[in-house]
Ligand binder design. Structure first.
Ligand code: FES
Length: 571
């Protein structure tokens, strides 16, 4: 692409009043005229925020991207977009994923940008930025923020997955306030996102497997000097991508999505991967369904020994060779010739990579677990599907029939879960309704609900739990998630009652409630459909337009893209 074809020339290449306005106000920032005379203008889409602690180092990271852009002959312009902090946002950061994606899409399209660097870190900041960028389809590259250093508590390594154990120990009285406070101080010791293969690291691996980040991007820890190098190299690469007109749509083929699913299985990635990858596929018009996840991950063993499915942490993953080492081992199962951002294939990118520690990254022939990936369940309790992560579940519960103990919503659960009078034993199945996209609204990560205190007191660590919500990527247990249709959208989940008999058979991919079709119809007829009940504002829009989990929970009107053309001028 020569400089006259650059999109930004439609702003800065103009004469007369319009060009004057476009250039003059940029120059007030101390930008010399020559910077706007035909260099590729590279946007750095920054999710820095002190309310997103996982991304709090992004202002510094952006400076290294700028170095790379300048070195390659481009001109960098940093701009903020809505940042989604997983730990602080109420009712759940997921409620705002689609909103942030709209901010990203419109900010890119409206401005004089030729290419974009997406600075992504905490869970939702990756899918929201990628979704928005896909709907514009300029050359774009992801730079992840990197995971934090491994947490430490009483000489032991800890990560976010331990939080769920701490919580159970605290509730059952095994952990004191003082002990909790000590663990809290040791959990997050540096810049970066969660130190385990939770959703943020899963998303970083997803973009690398899709080919939309440089190889090695996923695993470099945030405080490692290599993270800054990765940012600078990505700045160089995006200028090349603009010159070669390498857009997201040239990389994000069906094969790239299939690669991401296979890789996610091998690393024991988060169940949230399903919902975000479906939404991204929807933005680039790739046909992807829940069944693709089950089909493609069914024969993929677990190659990464990382929390929550294994023992180690993201820092260890990096020292062992990171995602390129996993991809190299997995090549027989991948579309090795898929194109990536640097113009090379997936296979070319990993050809020189070695694995430095087989305790952390296993060869294909000797996996840590034959079971991995995402299982998609079907049955009368989830007509459009539900998901379960077998590597984080208990083998003895994979085929189980039990009595339902039903919570109508999260408040009901919180009120009654520790009630000594609750009629529950460890063979029961805990059912939580109305935590789906429409019902909550926003589909929070409450699916791995804590066990009843009286069950914990017996030393029981796992029970089957079923909901229309999600689970933190750091969570574990025999947890059925994303039940679709959700209770609030007329799903059978909504009419399950205490005492109903539920069967989970992971091998048969079955989730059933022992009710006749007739009984289900009668119960549904007697139940009023929940309406979108928030009268105004963004949440009103969300409830009206969010799709069900099996479609990715994007807004119906955001599917696809509108390209990068802007047909009307501002002056
Ligand atoms: Fe941000 Fe875990 S809270 S990645």
């Amino acid at each position: 692409m020569d400089e006259q074809q650059l999109r930004s020339r439609d702003w800065f290449g103009r004469s007369g009043k319009d060009g004057f306005i476009y250039r003059a106000w940029m120059k007030k920032q101390g930008i010399p005229a020559y910077e706007l005379e035909g260099k590729p203008i590279i946007g750095i889409c920054n999710t820095w925020s002190e309310l997103t602690p996982c991304n709090s180092h992004f202002r510094e990271l952006a400076e290294f991207v700028k170095r790379g852009v300048l070195e390659a002959g481009g001109f960098p312009v940093e701009f903020p977009v809505m940042s989604l902090g997983e730990t602080l946002m109420k009712p759940t950061a997921m409620l705002y994923r689609n909103l942030a994606s709209m901010d990203v899409e419109e900010s890119i399209r409206a401005n004089p940008l030729d290419g974009v660097v997406l600075l992504c870190g905490c869970d939702k900041t990756t899918p929201s930025l990628v979704m928005g960028a896909c709907s514009v389809d300029l050359p774009s590259i992801v730079v992840s923020g990197g995971a934090m250093l491994t947490g430490k508590h009483r000489g032991r390594s800890i990560g976010t997955s331990d939080l769920w154990r701490f919580s159970e120990d605290y509730r059952s009285g095994k952990m004191t306030d003082m002990e909790m406070s000590l663990a809290e101080a040791g959990m997050c010791r540096s810049d970066g996102h969660c130190a385990v293969m939770g959703t943020a690291s899963t998303m970083a691996c997803m973009v690398e497997a899709l080919g939309i980040s440089l190889p090695g991007n996923a695993a470099v820890p945030a405080p490692d000097a290599g993270r800054k190098v990765m940012a600078q190299l990505s700045g160089i690469e995006i200028v090349k991508m603009v010159k070669e007109d390498r857009r997201l749509s040239t990389i994000l083929t069906k094969q790239a999505f299939e690669n991401a699913i296979v890789v996610n299985a091998a690393i024991g990635g988060s169940t949230n991967f399903v919902i975000h990858l479906l939404a991204i596929a929807g933005r680039v018009g790739i046909e992807l369904s829940l069944d693709d996840f089950d089909r493609l991950s069914a024969n993929i063993p677990l190659l990464a020994n990382l929390h929550p499915s294994g023992q180690y942490f993201m820092e260890d993953f990096y020292y062992s060779g990171g995602l390129p080492a996993v991809i190299k081992n997995l090549l027989p199962h991948l579309h090795a010739n898929s194109l990536t951002v640097n113009g090379k294939t997936l296979a070319e990118n990993v050809s020189l990579q070695e694995c430095y520690n087989t305790e952390v990254i296993a060869p294909l022939e000797q996996p840590f677990n034959e079971v991995s990936g995402i299982v998609v369940l079907r049955g009368n309790l989830c007509e459009n599907g539900a998901v379960l992560k077998p590597s984080a579940a208990s083998p003895e519960l994979m085929q189980h029939t039990g009595r339902a103990v039903v919570f109508e919503n999260i408040d009901d659960y919180k009120t009654r879960i520790d009630d000594p009078e609750l009629e529950v034993d460890e063979d029961c199945v805990l059912v939580l309704k109305n935590v789906g996209p429409v019902g909550y609204p926003g589909m929070p990560e409450v699916g791995n609900m804590g066990l009843p205190a009286k069950i914990l007191a017996k030393g029981v660590k796992d029970m089957i739990r079923i909901s229309d919500g999600r689970m933190s990527g750091t969570g574990f247990g025999t947890v059925v998630l994303h039940v679709s249709p959700e209770a609030a959208a007329g799903g059978t989940l909504g009419i399950v009652q205490d005492g109903d008999i539920i069967t989970l058979d992971v091998g048969a991919r079955l989730l059933e409630v022992a009710l006749s079709e007739e009984e289900i119809s009668i119960r549904k007829a007697g139940k009023l459909q929940a309406e979108a009940n928030v009268p105004r504002g963004y949440v009103h829009l969300y409830q009206k337009h969010v799709e069900q989990a099996h479609l990715g929970a994007d807004f119906d009107f955001l599917k696809g893209g509108s390209g990068s053309r802007v047909t009307k001028d501002s002056h």
